[in-house]
Design a protein around this ligand. Structure first.
Ligand code: F6P
Length: 537
């Protein structure tokens, strides 16, 4: 691929074959040297299987691959999403009002703030009770209907920032076309007090439009056919035509733009439910956190640039240490959906097999991201991380201060986070196990190979600002890795084929319409079995 790639391949055979235990023993200073800070996030990569030569070669790789030029092109609004011929400007969503970014003759920062102002006015009305439903009752329930980027960000942020939310309001998130999702979400809600936010960039997504229709039916069933639906439905979309066609007054539509990717949209109008939950001021703090990390990514020197280093480390672990997955382990219950959110961000972005010019890659790209909050995961899947046959790099994430201090529990939580990070990195040798008097036959079972690369990420306290900074960290981490791999991290063509096929299958399942002659025999046979199971054949 390049000179640095070759250097890194060589280093993989030396440093990569060594142990983190040795690295830490031989150079204790790495524990303080391999730590960078940005936007209130402290990123400690001293437990990664790297030395300074690896870091230097990774930085040289970033240089050769033009990562910083691509970063600057993104911030300048160039159309770096080449397959969709679009700018990639989620960074504009959090630029302060005093800044300006003109793209195609339009100052996008002013557009962003004019929508933010409308969102704030609306959120205040809902929060204060001024916005009332059809019967005059104030809104007490907010239901976001959306999927993918129009769901995962809102639900993750709501849960993450619940401590800052108005507890008099109930929030629900409906995404799945499985009717159970909406039926359970609405079961105990009073339609007179319920507001639906239909969130969809395209406003054509099957799941969202189907659920929005079901919500409208539920509302009319509860409030009568003459109910003023407009008082209970608002839309967040880029597509005013489809919003109007659905019957939502475009005055009640909060706009965003096609230069915001779905998975990069939680700080756009897609965050309307977040803003209603935590209030406009807290939402502004979250935007400030995003922006602080953007500025860090844009201006910090490469060797001290947190997202750049994190992205390069993910390349090292994926391509040179051959690790196919990454576990994200937040030691913070409020971040229970953070790994799920990151799955879309990372895997829809970097799950690609061709370069920008369409040529196939001859190296691995995006790893699988997964995880659960600690300490729960410790009693579930950590066994495989510790003693399984795959090496799984881990991001261990925690906050110094608890939002709900209770006795010693926070110290216990953090002790567990640090213990796991140490065991991932160092393991426990045969000698150590034997020295504990373990019977010889059990020694191999109790040996922990360690050498699992691990980053420890610490933030002072979970605030809206901190959440924004953390999400932006991962956004730019994904960007960095995608730029090294030379892929388009901002399209998602792989999800389209299944949607088209599902649309063709609906009439087959429902009405027995014949499939196209080209349809595969396995699908045709399963359709027949499904229809038979329902007595439809
Ligand atoms: O199917 C994938 C996807 O297009 C995601 O990229 C997107 O976040 C999601 O569907 C929802 O799309 P929309 O916001 O247009 O409904």
């Amino acid at each position: 691929m390049s000179t640095s790639w070759d250097t890194l391949t060589e280093l993989a055979g030396t440093v990569g074959e060594g142990t983190i235990r040795d690295l830490l023993e031989k150079d204790p200073s790495r524990a303080t040297r391999m730590v960078v800070e940005g936007a209130g996030v402290t990123f400690d990569y001293s437990r990664q299987r790297v030395d300074q030569d690896v870091i230097d070669a990774l930085l040289a790789l970033a240089d050769e691959r033009g990562v910083l030029q691509r970063r600057d092109a993104m911030f300048a609004g160039e159309r770096i999403n080449v397959t969709e011929d679009r700018s990639v400007l989620h960074v504009a969503l959090r630029m302060p009002k005093t800044e300006s970014l003109v793209v195609d003759g339009v100052d996008v920062v002013q557009e962003v703030h004019s929508v933010l102002d409308r969102m704030k006015a609306f959120a205040d009305k809902v929060r204060s009770g001024e916005w009332v439903g059809h019967t005059g009752k104030r809104i007490r329930n907010v239901v976001n209907i959306g999927i993918g980027g129009s769901d995962l960000g809102p639900v993750m942020a709501y849960l993450a920032l619940q401590d800052y939310s108005d507890r008099d309001l109930t929030f629900r998130f409906v995404s799945n076309v499985d009717s159970t999702d909406i039926v359970e979400a609405l079961r105990d809600l009073d339609p007179a007090e319920t507001l639906f936010i239909v969130s969809s960039k395209t406003f054509t997504t099957l799941e969202t439009m189907t659920n929005a229709g079901a919500a409208r039916d539920w509302l009319r069933k509860g409030l009568g056919d003459d109910a003023d639906v407009a008082k209970h439905f608002v839309a967040v979309s880029t597509n005013a035509t489809e919003v109007a066609a659905f019957g939502i007054d475009t005055d009640n539509m909060f706009e965003f733009w096609n230069w915001v990717g779905g998975r990069y949209s939680m700080d756009s109008a897609i965050g309307l439910s977040t803003m209603i939950a935590i209030g406009p001021d807290n939402f502004d703090d979250m935007l400030a956190g995003f922006h602080a990390m953007d500025e860090h990514f844009r201006t910090a020197p490469p060797a001290a640039n947190l997202p750049l280093l994190n992205g390069l480390l993910s390349v090292w672990n994926r391509n040179f240490l051959a690790c196919p997955t990454v576990a994200v382990l937040p030691y913070e219950q409020y971040l229970s959906r953070f790994p799920a959110y990151l799955q879309q961000l990372t895997m829809e972005s970097n799950g690609k097999r061709v370069r920008l010019d369409g040529s196939p890659v001859d190296y691995e790209t995006g790893p699988i991201y997964w995880g659960e909050p600690g300490t729960n995961g410790q009693h579930s899947f950590y066994q495989l991380i510790h003693q399984g046959t795959s090496t799984i790099p881990c991001d261990v994430l925690f906050f110094a201060e608890s939002l709900n201090p209770l006795g010693d529990q926070h110290d216990m939580l953090i002790a567990n986070a640090l213990a796991q990070a140490a065991v991932f990195a160092l393991g426990r040798t045969e000698d150590e196990v034997a020295a504990e008097g373990v019977p010889a036959e059990l020694v191999p079972h109790k040996v922990m190979p360690g050498n699992r690369p691990c980053s420890v990420i610490m933030v002072q306290k979970l605030t809206p600002f901190a959440l924004g900074a953390l999400v932006a960290l991962y956004e730019h981490t994904v960007f960095t890795a995608g730029a090294v791999w030379g892929i388009d991290s901002f399209d998602q063509w792989g999800v389209e084929l299944g949607k088209v096929m599902a649309a063709n299958l609906i009439p087959q399942l429902k009405d027995g319409v014949a499939g196209a002659p080209t349809q595969d025999s396995a699908t045709t046979a399963t359709v027949a079995r499904y229809r038979a199971a329902l007595g439809r054949s």
